[in-house]
Structures are given as structure tokens and as C-alpha cells.
Design a protein around this ligand. Structure first.
Ligand SMILES: [Cu+2]
Length: 240
């Protein structure tokens, strides 16, 4: 009577011997390996291209777009970016970085610069120097960092710090592309120097493949400028 019960006889046949166990584990590992590329492909199946124009329809360079999900993320440790000073200008004018990035500010000019920012909470100051100091400043807080030089009023630069790895800056055709992101819903943040410290936000839904978007900068006042100069260092000018 027991032998005629199909459930009990199957249970008897499926006894786990070491060989069977090894086979099952191998098969599971193989299945995981086979799936891995598919899972990765799924994670980076979308691309976003944004064209940035101002209220007059002009193509805008130096805009930074970033995609944000519920999870914020910092740059992997030791991520480095460079903000040069060349011909009495910051180069690039706008540098977009992920929070946690270490930034070096090499001065390629023959004169000394005194780089500073009062943009809370990313304020910092690099007193008179030229060449490379070997020092890095870490920017941990998302936001806009307005850069000035205590000596040269015409020097104006920006760091745009974002807490996401998905960001890009627009070129002189007003174009930017955020590559290799997962399709889905995001909040897009867009910033440009003409917005001052303000950041535009909008929801975007990315589909697999190419996504294109056109963004018009809000009508604004004037570009953000450094709030003030470090006064004590002006005095040091006369000593050096
Ligand atoms: Cu300077």
C-alpha cells in the first residue's frame, strides 16, 4: 500500500547524497553566473540626453543635471577631481562632483591665487599659492560652491556637489548626457550659474534606451557671486 503512494516513493528517491548536493550547488552557481550579465544589463539600460536653453531659447553651457532616487550616495573613497586655474580663470568654469570627492585646485598661472568660498556648509580657503600644493579639499555636502579668488575679482567658478553618481554637465551646445542608468522614476535636479543658488527640480520617468528632454532655465536674476572676501588675507597680501 505504501509503495503505491507516489508521494512517499518520490521522497525516498530524492535522498541527498554528497554527489547530488555538489551537483545542485554547481548548477545553482552556474545559473547565477549566467544571470549576472543580464542583471547588470538591466541596471544600465537607459540613457538620458538633456538640451538646456534659457528663456530666450539660447543653448546653455555649464548646466548640471543629476538624477536622484530615494537613496543618496557618496563618491567611492579617494575619488579625485581637478579645478585648475589658468589665465586668471577657473577651468572648468563649472565642475560637477559627487559628494565626498576630493578636489585639487592647481594654479597653473605665474601669479599667486587665493581661492576661497563662503558657500555654507562647503566653505573653505586656500591662501596665496601657485603650482600644486598636493592638498585636496573634500566636499561632503550637496549644494553649490561659489569659488572666488581674493586677488582677482574676475575669477569666478563653481562646484556643483550632488549626492548621486548620475550627473553630467552641458557643453557649449547646451547638451548633456547621463549614460548607463537604470530605467525608472527619478527626481531630476538641474542647476546653472544663472540660477544663483537655486536648483530646479522635476520628476522624470526613464524608459529602456534613449530618453531625451529639453529644459528651459527659469527666468532669473544674475549669476551667483562670492558673498565676500576673507578680509584677514588682504592684509597678508602686503606682507608677502
Ligand atoms: Cu587669483
Amino acid at each position: 500500500m505504501n509503495a503505491s503512494n507516489p508521494m512517499s516513493s518520490r521522497a525516498t528517491r530524492l535522498r541527498w547524497t554528497p554527489a547530488r548536493l555538489a551537483l545542485a550547488v554547481s548548477a545553482t552557481l552556474l545559473a547565477c553566473l549566467a544571470w549576472a550579465p543580464l542583471v547588470q544589463a538591466k541596471q544600465a539600460d537607459a540613457r538620458l540626453t538633456v538640451t538646456v536653453v534659457d528663456a530666450q531659447g539660447r543653448l546653455m553651457e555649464h548646466a548640471v543635471a543629476s538624477l536622484h532616487s530615494d537613496v543618496s550616495s557618496k563618491a567611492i573613497p579617494e575619488t579625485i577631481a581637478i579645478m585648475d586655474q589658468r589665465n586668471l580663470q577657473f577651468a572648468p568654469t563649472v565642475l560637477a562632483i559627487q559628494a565626498g570627492t576630493l578636489v585639487e585646485f592647481p594654479n597653473q598661472d605665474d601669479v599667486r591665487h587665493h581661492v576661497y568660498s563662503f558657500s555654507h556648509p562647503n566653505a573653505f580657503e586656500l591662501k596665496l599659492y601657485h603650482g600644486r600644493t598636493g592638498n585636496f579639499n573634500q566636499f561632503d555636502h550637496p549644494g553649490v560652491v561659489v569659488l572666488g579668488c581674493n586677488i582677482h575679482d574676475g575669477m569666478l567658478g563653481y562646484l556643483r556637489v550632488v549626492d548621486t553618481p548620475m550627473f553630467a554637465s552641458s557643453d557649449d551646445n547646451g547638451q548633456l548626457a547621463i549614460e548607463a542608468v537604470a530605467s525608472g522614476d527619478y527626481q531630476m535636479q538641474l542647476w546653472h550659474p544663472d540660477l544663483g543658488m537655486r536648483i530646479m527640480r522635476q520628476s522624470v520617468s526613464l524608459v529602456t534606451g534613449e530618453n531625451t528632454l529639453s529644459v528651459t532655465l527659469d527666468e532669473t536674476g544674475r549669476a551667483a557671486v562670492p558673498e565676500k572676501k576673507p578680509v584677514h588675507s588682504l592684509q597678508s597680501l602686503f606682507r608677502d
